[in-house]
Design a protein around this ligand. Structure first.
Ligand code: NAG
Ligand code: NAG
Ligand code: NAG
Ligand code: NAG
Ligand code: NAG
Ligand code: NAG
Ligand code: NAG
Ligand code: NAG
Length: 833
């Protein structure tokens, strides 16, 4: 502590105390270049420094930008006479010299620099009290459509001049949802995601916002603020998906043919189509007017519809809005002939069957669109061989293909077989089909079961599907190997769920009772099954099935501890490859037939990407997913019953990873504050972050970074830190004091086509004060405002208070009788001396 020096710095009123200020200190010393830093707006009459007078010098001379504020006493005391205003002059360059009695310079002049430190004495002001803007419906969220600007005369390098914008009110506001957002630093107003989805000029054509701006970066309760009103008109978006398009297949007109169009709201958009179905050939194109063409004839039978997207981008290749989905339906023409159901279709007719009986149904097929005139078929019999006993014995219904006896009953002694040629036509094409009609014996015998009761049959419920559990037998005495003797066994009671079926051996007519669906003790333990044996051919009149054509058995199913059962054989999930770890990507469910609890686990998770909740079966991502490594990731899920025999069941989980890349990367924010101190003492580096806002499908950012221009490689170097961050380093130290706009190329490595964005990173090389960029403010004329930041003042007062207290004590001790009055002193400290 140097008590005298402290006293020297106090005030003009105690000037006389300073005569003894001999020693060099923070507040006194010999004449040499010095820099002082003083807060603006402080009370006047403050001592800055006392220079030593070395004989023969007797006086001091002060020149330079004194603005009549700075004065120097003959004893070397430099002081100011009124408050400084940084906004008037932020640096005062003074010169001080000593002169002898004759006025000749003894020492100096030496430069004395006074830096005026900012206090928050200017309030931010919006340039306009009212702003008008307009935004298109469905504009991309986050893309600024207007700015509000405020200015604050305070030093932008200090919090005093750092502005913070905020939307205070949105009117109207529905369900408390904000449709607009503002960049707190730039004042850029854009839509929120909700705004992009919900704004609709028909529902509400205009919104009013109250926007506030605060200085002190909005972080201090003593910050000044201003508000402005922003009116926003919502205008219709003509960027709308066109109506679905119909294109007639197999067109012979010259291609390409315009089929529809999209239009961006303004001129100059660049259009492209995106085929998300990844077709081997994609038969559509778009021109720079937005007209969409089909480039070649389509074939409905190959593919009957197309869905793709139209994208509009700006000059920089950034999507202007969300892609529009284009639907194309391929219209059928009759370009397929009918086809016969088989090479020869065989029907049987009994002897003496009455006229008009249905012999069979004949159905041909047509590949043209169903339920369309192009697949509507017409049938006609064109030939019958032999013509015995006459021609035209058969009739086919033109629309249904139903065959009937047309003229008379048939007799086997005439012929046992007729060959018919049937023409099928669909209005354009004709096909001839062969139909064979066999005349068979009359069906006057019914099938008779060998026994009417097959007794009790006990089988476990886990009997395999496909197992034969019983053989039954009936016999029919009609002509063998015809529809009169063939037996069809039908289960008519006891099996509504279709668990059983009966297959007939065509040679022996033995019926094999087969398990068609799993048996289940829990739902049906005992069933009384009844069979009926029938012929495919109708019985002649007068003969009917009787009790001998029926048989029964009792099916007793026994319980087995069964494994759990999954509700699906394959479970599907579909997520973007970029989901964060821990995202739910799917779920599976299994049930144990005995009702035991189930625990789930995964098998075959080769990449360790997934984990499953053992209790709920929900599946989550456990690591970053990569569509480029696995587009469909397949694992097995195992459900194990708890207790019991720990039986388990296995199902499959297929996770489809979606990839979409239609936005180039960009910087995560507007970097405005990056700087290096001038002159650079050593090469330095700065970190910046990129992002990618693919609309609906965020991609995992794995950017690569490089300089946007090769010529800058001698000055700068870009190196990747990780997928989103990179550093920009200087390669040398010879940078000028100015703002460098460094172009950075960011590539998202996306597939099938990576997108690239070139962004400009502003780096300021500037003189620094206290590790901060010191940016001289252009001189603003005008008086300093009265308002002062209470916060800063309070701090200052506190410091002053402490100094004063110390000083008073000292004064009392040293020169108890001195009458000291003091005005408040400012914080005065030389930076370097
Ligand atoms: C408002 O600010 C933006 C971004 O900071 C700037 O581009 C624009 O020129 C400013 N407008 C006015 C009128 O100052
Ligand atoms: C297209 O139509 C022509 C006759 O117009 C036909 O010969 C051709 O097979 C058709 N192509 C397809 C793919 O249907
Ligand atoms: C033919 O189809 C009709 C219905 O169109 C049906 O009633 C009849 O049983 C079928 N006949 C044969 C033998 O399949
Ligand atoms: C009917 O056609 C078959 C060949 O498809 C032939 O073997 C048979 O002899 C023909 N029957 C009559 C009666 O013409
Ligand atoms: C078949 O089982 C029933 C009980 O379901 C029993 O009453 C009957 O005696 C059994 N018949 C034979 C032949 O075992
Ligand atoms: C059923 O009819 C056949 C003759 O068609 C006869 O032999 C048999 O006894 C009849 N069965 C019953 C149960 O009436
Ligand atoms: C599983 O997911 C489906 C749809 O994804 C849902 O309907 C079902 O409720 C979910 N089950 C569980 C147990 O979460
Ligand atoms: C990437 O690096 C930056 C800077 O080192 C760090 O802040 C960020 O958390 C990193 N991101 C990831 C995903 O590791």
């Amino acid at each position: 502590m140097m008590p005298r020096a402290h006293l020297c710095s106090l005030s003009l009123l105690i000037l006389y105390l300073t005569t003894g200020c001999g020693q060099e200190s923070r507040f006194s010393g010999p004449l040499k270049p010095m820099t002082f830093s003083i807060f603006e707006g402080q009370e006047s009459s403050q001592i800055i420094f006392q220079f030593k007078v070395n004989p023969p010098a007797v006086n001091f001379e002060l020149t330079g930008e004194t603005d009549n504020i700075f004065k120097i006493e003959p004893n070397g005391l430099l002081y100011l006479t009124k408050a400084l205003d940084r906004e008037t002059r932020s640096i005062h360059n003074l010169q001080v010299a000593t002169v002898d009695a004759n006025g000749a310079i003894v020492e100096g002049p030496v430069p004395i620099t006074i830096e005026v430190k900012d206090i928050n004495d200017n309030r931010p002001t919006f340039l306009q009290s009212k702003y008008e803007g307009s935004v298109r419906q469905n504009s991309r969220p986050g893309k600024p459509f207007m700015y509000v600007n405020a200015t604050d005369l305070d030093d932008p390098a200090t919090p005093n001049g750092q502005l913070f914008y905020e939307i205070v009110i949105q009117m109207p506001k529905i369900n408390n949802v904000m449709y607009f957002q503002i960049n707190d630093k730039t004042g850029a107003i854009s839509l929120t995601r909700e705004g992009a989805l919900e704004l609709d000029p028909i529902k509400n054509p205009s919104y009013n916002l109250v926007v506030s701006v605060k200085d002190m970066g909005g972080q201090n309760e003593n910050s000044f603020s201003d508000t402005t009103s922003v009116n926003i008109m919502v205008t219709e978006n003509i960027w709308k998906a066109p109506a679905p398009v119909e294109i007639v297949e197999n067109s012979t007109a010259p291609h390409p043919i315009k089929v529809t169009q999209v239009r961006w709201n303004d001129l100059g958009a660049h259009y492209s189509l995106v085929d998300k179905e990844k077709l081997p050939r994609f038969p559509f194109s778009i021109d720079q007017e937005g007209d969409i063409y089909v480039t070649q004839p389509l074939d409905r039978e190959e593919k009957d519809s197309y869905n793709f997207y139209a994208v509009a981008r700006d000059e920089q290749g950034q999507p202007l809005a969300r892609p529009l989905e284009i639907h194309v339906k391929v219209k059928d023409i009759n370009d397929n002939p009918p086809t016969c159901p088989s090479a020869v279709t065989v029907f049987e007719v009994q002897e003496k069957e009455p006229l008009g009986n249905i012999i069979g149904n004949f159905t041909a097929y047509d590949n043209d669109e169903e339920n369309n005139v192009h697949s509507m078929l017409f049938y006609r019999i064109v030939e019958q061989t032999p013509h015995i006993p006459e021609d035209g014995l058969f009739l086919v219904e033109a629309h249904t293909g139903k065959f009937q006896l047309a003229k008379r009953s048939l007799r086997k002694q005439d012929t046992s077989q007729y060959n018919l040629t049937v023409e099928v036509h669909d209005n354009a094409f004709q096909t001839l089909c062969a139909v064979q009609i066999n005349v068979i014996d009359i069906n006057d015998q019914i099938p008779i079961f060998e026994k009417s009761d097959y007794g009790n049959l006990t089988i476990p419920e886990d009997t395999n599907v496909g197992s034969t559990i019983l053989t039954i037998q009936a016999t029919d005495n009609d002509e063998p190997l015809t529809g009169s003797a063939k037996i069809l066994y039908r289960i008519i009671e006891g099996d509504s769920k279709g668990r059983l079926g009966v297959d007939t051996d065509p040679h022996t007519n033995a019926g094999y009772v087969i398990v068609k669906r799993p048996l289940d003790f829990e739902t049906a333990a005992v069933s009384n099954i009844v069979f009926k044996a029938e012929n495919p051919e109708p019985l002649v009149s007068g003969v009917a099935y009787n009790a001998s054509s029926f048989a029964k058995f009792k099916l007793i199913v026994t319980d087995v501890n069964e494994a759990p059962v999954f509700s699906q054989h394959v479970f599907q999930g579909k997520v973007s490859e970029a989901v964060t770890i821990g995202t739910k990507v799917g779920n599976v469910t299994a049930k144990d037939p005995e009702g035991l609890d189930i625990r789930y686990s995964l098998r075959g998770d080769r990449r360790g990407w997934l984990k499953i909740d053992p209790v709920t079966g929900e599946i989550f991502s456990a690591a970053p997913l990569d569509r480029e490594a696995e587009s469909v990731y397949q694992v097995q899920v195992v459900a194990t019953e708890v207790g019991g025999s720990s039986l388990n069941a296995v199902s499959h989980f297929h996770l489809t990873l979606m990839d979409v890349n239609d936005s180039p990367p960009r910087l995560v924010k507007e970097y405005t504050g990056l700087f290096f101190c001038y002159p650079l003492s050593a090469p330095g580096s700065l970190i910046f972050e990129a992002t990618d806002d693919d609309w609906q499908f965020p991609r995992g950012p794995q950017f690569t970074f490089s300089l946007g221009s090769e010529s800058l490689q001698k000055d700068w170097e870009v190196s990747k830190i990780n997928g989103t961050h990179a550093s920009l380093s200087t390669k040398h130290t010879n940078f000028e004091e100015r703002v460098y706009e460094v172009p950075i190329r960011i590539n998202d490595g996306g597939r099938p086509s990576p997108l690239e964005g070139i962004v400009s990173l502003p780096v300021t090389v500037c003189k620094c004060v206290e590790e901060r960029c010191f940016q001289p403010v252009s001189r603003q004329p005008g008086m300093p405002t009265v308002g002062m930041a209470v916060g800063i003042l309070l701090t200052t007062f506190l410091v002053i208070g402490i100094i004063l207290a110390a000083v008073f004590i000292r004064i009392k001790k040293d020169k108890g009788k001195d009458n000291v009055q003091s005005t408040q002193t400012s914080e005065v400290e030389p930076l370097r001396s």
